[in-house]
Ligand binder design. Sequence first.
Ligand SMILES: [Zn+2]
Ligand SMILES: [Zn+2]
Length: 138
Amino acid sequence: MSQTSNQILKNTGLKITSSRMKILDLFSIDCKPINAEYIHQKLKKEKINLVTIYRTLASLELIGIFKKVDLQKDSFYYELAGHHHHHIICTSCEKIESFDVCDVDVISKGILKKSSMFKAIDRHSLELYAVCKTCLKN
Ligand SMILES: [Zn+2]
Ligand SMILES: [Zn+2]
């Protein structure tokens, strides 16, 4: 992260509140998709209620600071929007690795050729699921 949470908030024009700062800080530290419950747990001492966390996540997603990541779990995960990347998620311990390689454009071209309804792809998301090396050993 080159920008501090303070700078990010300043650029949005949103009011800089301590809960917004703390939540943003977590994203910069962790650098992986996290959900509201995780934030709630991590910021226990700050006594930020879940509703505030949900609202903060939603409003920062709306203005493009966060990106929603659907990991096919009960709740939505968020991460800092930035460069294009994808995830591999361990189905056993839920560890997440990010990777930059993206050949989806190539796949899309083939799909569009066969599609009778669509002419172009605007965006995509791609998450891969596997059992990590550590879990395979156990
Ligand atoms: Zn694992
Ligand atoms: Zn991609």
